[in-house]
Design a protein. Structure first.
Length: 299
């Protein structure tokens, strides 16, 4: 009774998505959302190592923003994160971006706890402080020198380090969530750098660790600013920016969209679909009834 989805085309997917929304709050606008969900899932198509085609739901990022009507919800081909530039002096848009993903603090360097330095000459104290500041400066300059013009950091970047990024006209974003950092790295072809140390016991930043992205832009949607990454090298992510009246309504929409994404994922991956509305159950009961009459005993 199962029909092959690829012979039915896109309509089958949209109907499946609409059906999953029909019992929820979005029932009135199910067609609008069904199209969006199908597009989003087709954008994240990927083939895994064993050659299976997969549609990971987690690659569709849902951002919720207050205000406007649900019809203002839109699908962005790319990835968006809830983060802003770390300083107002940085550019809002960066074209042909080279993204550096770092997973360490870009703060003023401090010697570890428990390290004792015996100083005979008080002038040397100043030199130690100066050197601590220079280490941070050199780290920032190495990242900039490698050609990075967008720096995503999962930890803190203090004002001292921001100064160098602002001077170089680089967009730096601090406190990016680890999950977002990983996804952007995977989509843009960047490597997450945990430390600048290399084999020669010096510090360096390899330009090969940078990812490519056509445009990185900060946009204001509702009351919040988001960073949008569009046109990444291995684009396998979509973002749905959901608009709605209040928190509860937004949560409800997110749940409905997530259910619908899962339904479309199953239809696409299994490549089969059955008729709904209880018709399969009725057909089965008729078949079983006929079969039961062929048996003479109570079994």
């Amino acid at each position: 009774m199962a029909l092959k989805t690829d012979s039915l085309g896109r309509d089958a997917l949209i109907k499946a998505a609409t059906t999953s929304m029909s019992s929820k709050l979005l029932a009135g606008e199910s067609e609008f959302f069904a199209n969006m969900v199908v597009d989003a899932m087709q954008n994240v198509k990927m083939t895994n190592a064993s050659g299976q085609v997969k549609y990971p739901v987690k690659n569709v990022h849902i951002l919720k923003t207050h205000g406007k009507s649900t019809k203002e919800t839109k699908l962005v081909s790319g990835y968006a994160i809830e983060a802003t530039r770390s300083s107002q002096g940085m550019p809002k848009v960066m074209k042909n971006a080279k993204i550096a993903c770092v997973d360490f603090n870009l703060n003023k360097y401090r010697l570890q706890m428990g390290v004792q330095v015996l100083v005979q000459d008080p002038d040397n104290l100043d030199l130690i402080r100066q050197r601590e500041m220079d280490i941070c400066k050199e780290r920032c300059q190495k990242i900039i020198a490698a050609g990075a013009n967008v720096v995503l950091c999962s930890r803190g970047i203090d004002d001292f380090a921001l100064k160098y990024f602002v001077e170089a006209g680089v967009i730096a974003v601090r406190r990016v969530k680890k999950g977002d950092l990983r996804r952007i790295a995977a989509n843009s072809g960047a490597k997450i750098v945990v430390s600048l140390a290399d084999d020669e016991s010096t510090e360096s930043f390899d330009p090969e660790n940078l990812g490519d992205c056509e445009i990185v832009e900060e946009r204001k949607i509702g009351d919040w600013e988001y960073m949008f990454f569009e046109g990444m090298k291995f684009q396998r992510a979509s973002t749905i920016v959901v608009r709605g009246a209040n928190e509860f309504f937004l949560d409800e929409i997110e749940r409905s969209i997530h259910d619908s994404l899962c339904v479309v994922k199953r239809v696409l991956e299994s490549n089969s679909v059955v008729a709904g509305g209880g018709s399969v159950e009725v057909a089965l009961s008729v078949y079983l009834d006929d079969f039961a009459r062929t048996l003479g005993t109570r079994e």
